[in-house]
Design a protein around this ligand. Structure first.
Ligand SMILES: [Zn+2]
Length: 147
């Protein structure tokens, strides 16, 4: 996982794209319409596993640990989280749908673990939709008291 994520910044864009098309892209394609829910759940499970590894007191400490492991910074604000570079969609061919469902799950579980269970995490800006091979993705946090 670390290697795949780091490939987003260490290699040439064409190499990154080839790696992603050969791996994560095929996973998404084979899951078809079940991809968003399945990958969202996978992201939550991934966050839970990392939360067991890193015994930290705050969400910011946790995200700092994750940045060291994954090479992605998660800029956390009240209603928006920006993942830069997004570890999930780096190297994906341009698409018309947001694809970062595992990252949505990761953010959802992380917020919940630190007492900020969101009503919903929605990908507001996906690099794939913008045709960017490697870039940041933004996730809107909807709190349960606002729905
Ligand atoms: Zn993304």
């Amino acid at each position: 996982m670390t290697e795949i994520a780091r490939a987003a910044t260490r290699y040439e864009p064409e190499e990154t794209a080839a790696l992603r098309i050969a791996t994560w892209y095929l996973v998404r394609r084979s899951l078809d319409f079940e991809a968003p829910a399945t990958l969202f759940w996978a992201g939550r499970t991934y966050a839970r596993a990392l939360l067991r590894v890193y015994h930290v007191l705050s969400i910011r400490e946790f995200l700092t640990c994750i940045e060291r492991v994954l090479g992605t910074s998660y800029d956390l604000n009240e209603d928006v989280v920006v993942a830069a570079p997004c570890p999930e969609c780096a190297g994906f061919p341009r698409g018309y749908e947001s694809v970062c469902d595992a990252t949505r799950g990761f953010i959802h579980e992380t917020l919940a673990a630190f007492g900020r269970e969101p009503h919903k995490v929605r990908e507001a800006k996906c690099a794939v939709r913008a045709g960017e091979l490697v870039n940041a993705c933004a996730f809107e946090i909807r709190h349960s008291n606002l729905h």
